[in-house]
Design a protein around this ligand. Structure first.
Ligand code: NAG
Length: 345
């Protein structure tokens, strides 16, 4: 009898301990959830109301990554009259083929470029494309000159590309941290490809504009023999304005991803940037890594349909009648074959 009582008593003591542990666990969970939320609300209390349901919540702004300068230091361009900057003209043609190559999205001011080249319609064809040119010289890619813009912050190019590839019925809420990481790797590989092209083909990289006016930079690249444009203080001329216009969309994407993640999303993306720079020797290895193996390990070819669409948009277009894919990597990229076993060295 007394034995039974003692046994009951010890069970009760056990229950009490378990209950206390549970309360402790619940309390610390609530602190984890509400602690960060509180401090965020302290900063934004004028625009936000206390959420009804407890849940992680945060704000992440499109901004330069901590090591973005290391990426910017890799950017190459090739400016005539430097003789190594070839300007291929199609045999039998007098027209220059000038390609503005940019990932899908709205970060290129097409109208402004068209306006600059308008009066040269008879000897210049302006082409907008998202595909990197196949590896090779002018005869291979069929282009006279190439222009690329490098948005600042770079992350804007990632969010803008992913957003522009959403299909009907999809919203920015489907974009995950894995998508952002893969998208960043793809954009870095895109710039890796264009920096290789700048080894031999006339290529203008428009990065930081600061004091220089974008129109006069373009003008002197495209029409070096003409007298420079009158400087004007027109704000249409400012790519920063274009970038700011799209930054809010990017911030919305980042904030949504941050709200679902317990990691600091900007730190994670900075880590991706550093890893990519490291494993590509600052974007100089040849060939650049595949657009189709941009996912997280253990199988980087495992990418969402959205990221696959970006891979397709950036890959060389081997159907282009003016271009030829000679290099095995390019044939594989065009076919979505990341492993490209034939090309294994
Ligand atoms: C890459 O560039 C950084 C400077 O941005 C430099 O410190 C580093 O040594 C470079 N790494 C390689 C492998 O070239």
């Amino acid at each position: 009898m007394s034995n039974k009582i003692r046994k009951n008593k010890s069970t009760i003591t056990g229950d009490v301990i378990i209950t206390r542990l549970l309360i402790l666990l619940l309390a610390s969970t609530l602190f984890l959830i509400f602690g960060p939320t509180r401090s965020m609300l302290d900063q934004h209390h004028d625009t936000m109301v206390l959420p009804q349901l407890p849940g992680p919540s945060s704000y992440a702004e499109i901004t330069e990554l901590e090591h973005e300068d290391a990426f910017r230091a890799t950017i190459q361009q090739c400016l005539p009259p430097n003789p190594k900057c070839k300007q291929f003209i199609l045999p039998g043609s007098s027209k220059r083929r000038v390609a503005v190559i940019a990932p899908p999205g709205d970060l290129v001011a097409k109208e402004r470029l068209q306006a600059i080249t308008q009066s040269h319609d008879d000897d210049l064809e302006l082409i907008f494309r998202t595909h990197v040119p196949p590896y090779g010289y002018g005869k291979t890619h069929g282009l006279t000159q190439v222009i690329r813009f490098i948005p600042q912050p770079l992350l804007l190019e990632v969010t803008d590309a992913l957003q522009s590839l959403l299909q009907k019925g999809e919203t920015h809420a489907i974009i995950t941290l894995s998508d952002l990481k893969a998208g960043l790797r793809q954009i870095l590989r895109f710039h890796c490809r264009l920096s290789h092209l700048a080894a031999h083909t006339a290529l203008l990289s428009v990065a930081a504009t600061e004091d220089e006016e974008i129109s006069s930079v373009l003008q002197s690249f495209l029409f070096p023999d003409e007298k420079p444009l009158e400087p004007n203080n027109n704000n249409d001329d400012d790519p920063d304005a274009l970038y700011q216009l799209h930054a809010a969309d990017g911030t919305q994407i980042l904030t949504h991803v941050q709200s679902l993640s317990r990691f600091n999303v900007l730190k994670v993306l900075d880590q991706v940037l550093l890893e990519e720079l490291q494993c590509t020797k600052n974007l100089t290895i040849w060939p650049c890594p595949s657009f189709w193996s941009a996912g997280d390990g253990p199988d980087p070819t495992n990418m969402s349909p959205l990221v696959q669409r970006l891979a397709q948009a950036l890959s060389p277009d081997c159907e282009d009648p003016y271009a030829k894919c000679w290099v095995e990597r390019d044939k594989c990229e065009a076919a979505g074959d990341a492993r490209c076993v034939k090309n294994k060295k």
